[in-house]
Design a protein around this ligand. Structure first.
Ligand code: DP6
Length: 349
């Protein structure tokens, strides 16, 4: 249907648009650790994760025709330093894609402790990608939104999707355009394993070394990096098969060895990066004890001391109690598989 021609030319302010999106963090069972291209955020290896149903990030992007700069707030406070710079760089990319030059007002509400190794950048850039693409009027499908979110933070590419998702590293030795096109996430077919992740927050403070810096140092200096990357490729094949046949014990075993291997690469970096604390090891011991007691429970850790324990939902309360008992000062909660990133309508649904 043709739209009526308006007699008045709308001023830019009348065309200002806004959109709000929500996204959840994801926890990798096969880790992303190491970039082969820092600018495009292309990883050395494929990774695979579960999107959670806790700790959503909600982000509103509004175009402001009168503004000379982007205005970004994180939990109501102006975004400063590295966080603000990364968000503004991301908005520049969205402006390039849209052909619009208008600056944006961005309001982000995170419910996950920022910088504690609980992937706030994954939910953050997934929500920002979806909201900014809509506000700037770029029509992208989920694959293209995943590629876009990747440019903000690699792990964000996976939070576009609910449940389990695999992020393809993309072709090596390709042109930038081909590599960019080939590196995106997509859902993984799984049999129902009724999974839960028991999250033990043993320290919610910001980390001493950012994951970005730690990854770079590991790739550049760790003699264990290449062997881990090679074995991670095998882990991914085994993981897909285990998910396909609904074998939670195999999924957990592969996830645990992949995560411990990733931390081994960091421990061998020069200088070493050590995110695991004594509380982490206490939780790992308790997870071993649960297995000795015939409860299938498997641990994974990211760029921080917190531990996520994969188990059946039916066992989640028992696992959570055991972990609480091990780290009485920590915070323990149970997460299940959550939805992918999506737009909210004006009513906030
Ligand atoms: C240990 O996605 O935060 O959580 O791409 O530099 O933003 P950047 O890194 P980020 O790294 C996540 C690393 C990890 C493992 C994972 O989520 O796969």
């Amino acid at each position: 249907m043709r739209r009526e021609q308006s007699t008045t030319v709308p001023r830019p302010r009348d065309t200002a648009r806004s959109a709000t999106a929500v996204a959840h963090p994801n926890i990798a069972l096969i880790k992303y650790w190491g970039k082969r291209d820092e600018r495009l955020i292309l990883p050395w290896t494929d990774s695979l994760s579960m999107t959670l149903d806790v700790f959503p990030t909600t982000t509103r992007v509004r175009l402001d025709p009168d503004a000379a700069h982007d205005a970004v707030t994180l939990n109501g406070e102006p975004a400063t330093g590295e966080a603000g710079r990364r968000i503004t760089a991301f908005l520049e990319l969205v402006r390039e894609l849209s052909g619009l030059s208008q600056r944006a007002v961005v309001d982000t509400r995170n419910t996950v402790p920022t910088g504690a190794g609980l992937a706030s950048s994954a939910s953050g850039f997934a929500a920002l990608a979806v909201a900014a693409a809509a506000a700037y009027g770029i029509d992208l499908d989920a694959t293209a939104l995943s590629r876009l979110a990747r440019r903000g933070s690699g792990s964000a590419s996976r939070s576009l999707f609910g449940g389990f998702a695999v992020w393809h590293a993309g072709p090596e030795g390709a042109t930038d355009a081909e590599a960019d096109l080939g590196s995106y996430a997509e859902p993984v077919p799984t049999a129902d394993i009724d999974p839960a992740l028991v999250i033990a927050v043993v320290n919610a403070g910001p980390k001493a070394v950012s994951s970005r810096e730690a990854m770079r140092r590991t790739v550049d200096t760790s003699p264990l990096y290449r062997p881990w990357a090679a074995s991670s490729k095998d882990d991914l094949v085994d993981m897909r098969a285990a998910l396909g046949r609904g074998d939670l014990a195999a999924v957990g075993e592969i996830a645990e060895r992949n995560a411990l291997g990733m931390h081994a690469t960091m421990l061998a970096a020069r200088p070493a990066v050590r995110y695991l604390s004594s509380a982490t090891v206490t939780v790992l011991d308790r997870v071993l004890q649960l297995r000795r007691d015939a409860v299938p429970a498997y641990a994974t850790m990211d760029a921080g001391p917190n531990v996520k324990v994969l188990c059946h939902r039916a066992d989640a309360e028992r696992v959570a109690d055991a972990v609480r008992d091990a780290v009485p000062d920590g915070t323990v909660l149970v997460a299940g598989p959550g939805r992918g990133a999506h737009l909210l309508d004006e009513g906030g649904r």
